[in-house]
Design a protein around this ligand. Structure first.
Ligand code: IYR
Length: 217
């Protein structure tokens, strides 16, 4: 049975307003950077939870919302995650990763040392649900759906004034174990959330120009 429908609430803008809004949003998003120098200063968690609520509004396959956001502020859990992640990263950086991959990372100065995982006020560990809580509850386009939700989340957290990083240790099975998540959930990424240190440095990277990524037909 199709659901009953409701009137779609749409704000119609003029062309000039659209361009101004899009430009403002673009500037705002361009100022976001992946941060690795976090302060331990507490952050207002109500605002972080609102950002998670924004992520939860993302579109998903058959509206199944195949995601779980674990907001970790417990010091011991953060420490356990740091220890396990650093173990995985040690293996990655000291030979597990293809040399080409390590060469591509070298300019960014990343390494196996992840003190910020224990130091930040909050970690959001995003889990993708392969299926619903019952085995016969199907989920569709899970990676695409969770990726879109994480995009919403990063934008919302940046908009709210927080620094973030998408951290993807590989393999990530330890997260399901430490956070006691059910068998149908697979860790998708870890997002440290906090304020940058006063002297936070980021690599001077460039983004491709619009002309490099846009094909008009
Ligand atoms: N997961 C590792 C390695 C790493 C991989 C990619 I691709 C990056 O863009 C950055 C890091 C780490 O977190 O250091």
């Amino acid at each position: 049975m199709p659901l009953p429908t409701i009137r779609y609430q749409h704000t119609r803008r003029t062309a000039a307003e659209s361009l101004a809004e899009a430009t403002g949003f673009c500037e705002r998003m361009r100022s976001r950077r992946s941060v690795r120098n976090f302060s331990s200063e507490p952050i207002p968690l109500a605002a972080v939870e609102k950002a998670i609520e924004a992520a939860n509004s993302a579109p998903s396959g058959a509206n199944k919302q195949p995601w779980t956001f674990v907001l970790v502020t417990d010091e011991d859990l953060k420490r356990q995650i740091r220890v396990a992640a650093e173990q995985e990263e040690e293996a990655f950086y000291s030979g597990g990763a293809p040399t080409r991959w390590l060469a591509d990372l070298e300019p960014l100065g990343t390494n196996a040392h992840k003190p910020y995982l224990a130091l930040v006020p909050a970690l959001i560990v995003v889990f993708a649900q392969k299926h619903g809580s019952q085995e016969n509850e199907r989920h569709y386009y899970v990676a695409e759906s969770v990726g879109i939700a994480v995009g919403f989340l990063l934008a919302a957290l940046h908009h709210a004034g927080f620094a973030t990083l998408t951290h993807t240790p590989s393999p990530m099975d330890f997260l399901r174990r430490i956070l006691r998540r059910p068998e149908n959930e697979r860790a998708f990424c870890v997002i440290p959330v906090g304020y940058p240190t006063a002297d936070c440095q980021v690599p001077d990277i460039a983004k491709k120009t619009l002309e490099e990524v846009l094909v008009r037909m």
